[in-house]
Ligand binder design. Sequence first.
Ligand SMILES: Cc1cc2nc3c(=O)[nH]c(=O)nc-3n(C[C@H](O)[C@H](O)[C@H](O)COP(=O)(O)OP(=O)(O)OC[C@H]3O[C@@H](n4cnc5c(N)ncnc54)[C@H](O)[C@@H]3O)c2cc1C
Length: 370
Amino acid sequence: MREPLGVRFDIEVAIAGGGPAGAACALVLARLGRQVALFERSVEPRARPGETLPPDARIVLEELGLWQRFEKDGPLPSYSIEAYWGSAIAASTDFIASPYGCGFHVDRARFESMLLDAAVASGAQVHCGVRVLGAREESSGASIRFDDGRTLSARFVVDAGGRASSLLGRRRRHDRMVGVSLCLAATADPLLLVEAVEDGWWYSAPLPQGALIAVLMTDADLLPPALSRGDWLAARLACAPATGARTRGARPMAPLRITSAASSRLERPVGISTAAAGDAAAAYDPLAGTGILSALRDGGALAHAIDEALGSGGALLAAYGARIEQRFDTYLRQRRFYYARERRFATSPFWNRRADPRFDSADTGLQGPR
Ligand SMILES: Cc1cc2nc3c(=O)[nH]c(=O)nc-3n(C[C@H](O)[C@H](O)[C@H](O)COP(=O)(O)OP(=O)(O)OC[C@H]3O[C@@H](n4cnc5c(N)ncnc54)[C@H](O)[C@@H]3O)c2cc1C
């Protein structure tokens, strides 16, 4: 169903990245009648640490016309979050109070396949196994460059390449957080468990395919050398009372994986004929738990803004850019409050640096081209 990179074609919008943001943007643009092509570097959607959608994801999935497909894919219901944060006594958030019902633990590869298939069914071209190396604005429209040296012109280019992408310019990193994840053979209750520990915090959740994922969120500079990471993580797990109890005796199903979870933002998320969506525009601490939802929302909102900009307007695009910037500023302030609520590990570097008022504005480096 997904096409190989064709020889040439006239498209209006080119999208780099086939995660939730890129797929939602392609889907909505195609439904608006725009010629859109999406380029995803992976041949198949990648496996990811287990991820959870909050109850209000239902609204966005319904708006995108995907709710029934999503339900049919068999996501695992998530009824509550239990958090050991600032206290050794758990605080529970029960989704029973949500008007939208429960949240869901999703199989990311399956979820992304569903989104891309829906984009194709709506008329978007989806090219997998194609890496975009660069993007730039031209005197009229924009162009993208592929890793095989070919270039493609379009009226508008979207960067939806995720947290590390800097196709549209430089991004500001605000920390060096990483997630160290373990996939374990264990059946677990459908609880999403969050537990603050000395080196950061754990989250653990069941996966729809019948496993348990446990991820330690910490800072990259606090990791030991690669060879000793397995033992280090096992020792950290043993020191986490709730997560340790949940995972005790469970056999690892795959080697541990390290994923960047750094908060970062593109310096200029919107240009004249280019814009970024999802994590490529602004990436948040996974503690926020809304990355997928924001990516779907951004993708859809950007599609409407591009449709207007390709007509005669531009107001929606400017509003979209302002919203991304404002949301990130609000997020930085909220992040500070969340981390300040945990005081049990004040002397550990992970918590100590987050208590420093300069942490919000800390710019740990610029990535990408000028
Ligand atoms: C450890 C961890 C746990 C998380 N847990 C949750 C959770 O429970 N719930 C939640 O809502 N969010 C969670 N998130 C956040 C969530 O994963 C992201 O916010 C979400 O995936 C963003 O979607 P996106 O489409 O913007 O980017 P991505 O999902 O990263 O998609 C980007 C896509 O672009 C492709 N790509 C990248 N560069 C190129 C290129 N040059 N050319 C072509 N293709 C390219 C990639 O292969 C990828 O498919 C978590 C994040 C981390 C790190």
